[in-house]
Design a protein around this ligand. Structure first.
Ligand code: PXL
Length: 288
């Protein structure tokens, strides 16, 4: 029996030791989707920067290009390059250089412009990070902002609920920035409903995955979603299947977090949701 080639994604994110976000989410989720996850860490932190104080951070900017140069010298093939939290705007420029080195014609580039949520920038980040992400968007095949990030990127006001007219304007402005496919997370058509919306601007295809809303912030939810979506798209899933399957991983993890009463800053209980996610992913590719 032979197996199809294993696809490989390079995940370019920070490694926050505690709090379940970025690489500590990307690695298990991308693996569970049946895709290899290679890593270029952007920074090493003791925890993520939300709701923790006194965290440590070691910037790994000096290592990012040498890692990519080594991989390029080894002739490593990447089916996807998926970037997330960057420690500074300068790292966005480095990411551009890494794309020059490592992205081939077949490499899907997924940029998650991680910088803000709930109408506010994360600690240490500001408009300079937003300007840097704006420049990267035109290079990406898929961009996965939450509503706050989409509003900041496009100069729109951040709103709590999102009318069709608001969403149309947001999407039109993201398209004008050069985005090809966007998946906007945390879309709230009305109070009590939240979900994700994806649009392929080349075909006009638009799909949504909406669920009953749960109150409060879930750290790492965006990373769970974008990691799952990236892996599924890189394996060749259709946009609507990838959106639905990634959204279900987030919903299942939200429910487990609430059932267990896990303090929010420690991240989401996605571990027990991974088997069902892996099964749904395998079913998309007839491997169930
Ligand atoms: O989940 C996004 C994220 C990633 N990395 C770090 C963060 C955050 C959000 O707060 O602080 C370091």
């Amino acid at each position: 029996m032979s197996l199809p080639a294993l696809r490989r994604i390079a995940a370019i994110h920070d490694l926050s030791g505690l709090g379940k976000c970025s690489l500590t989410v990307a690695l298990p989720v991308i693996s569970a989707a049946g895709v290899e996850c290679a890593c270029i860490p952007t920074a090493l932190l003791s925890t993520h920067t939300g709701e923790f104080t006194g965290w440590t951070m070691h910037d790994l900017s000096d290592d990012m290009l040498p890692i990519a140069e080594h991989w390029a010298a080894e002739g490593v093939r990447l089916d996807g390059i998926y970037s997330g939290y960057l420690a500074s705007p300068a790292q966005a420029a480095l990411l551009g250089q890494i794309l020059d080195l490592l992205a081939g014609p077949e490499t899907q580039i997924i940029v998650d412009p991680v910088m803000a949520d709930n109408g506010a920038y994360y600690s240490n980040l500001d408009e300079a990070m937003c300007r840097a992400f704006r420049r990267l968007i035109a290079r990406a095949h898929v961009v996965t902002p939450n509503v706050t990030e989409a509003a900041f990127l496009t100069g729109m006001p951040y709103l709590h609920t999102h009318s069709p007219a608001y969403l149309d304007e947001l999407l039109a402005r993201l398209e004008a920035l050069g985005a090809r496919t966007v998946a906007v997370t945390g879309v709230r058509p009305e109070d009590g409903t939240v979900g994700n919306l994806a649009v392929d601007f080349r075909t006009g295809q638009c799909c949504r995955a909406m669920r009953p809303a749960r109150s409060g912030l879930f750290y790492g939810a965006g990373d769970l979603f974008a990691s799952a979506l990236s892996a599924l798209l890189v394996r060749g899933a259709a946009l609507e299947d990838a959106l639905e399957t990634a959204s279900s991983l987030v919903t299942d993890s939200v429910e487990r977090t609430l059932l267990r009463g896990t303090p929010r800053r420690f991240g989401m209980d996605f571990e027990g949701a991974l088997p069902a996610f892996a099964q749904r992913a395998a079913a998309l590719f007839d491997e169930a």
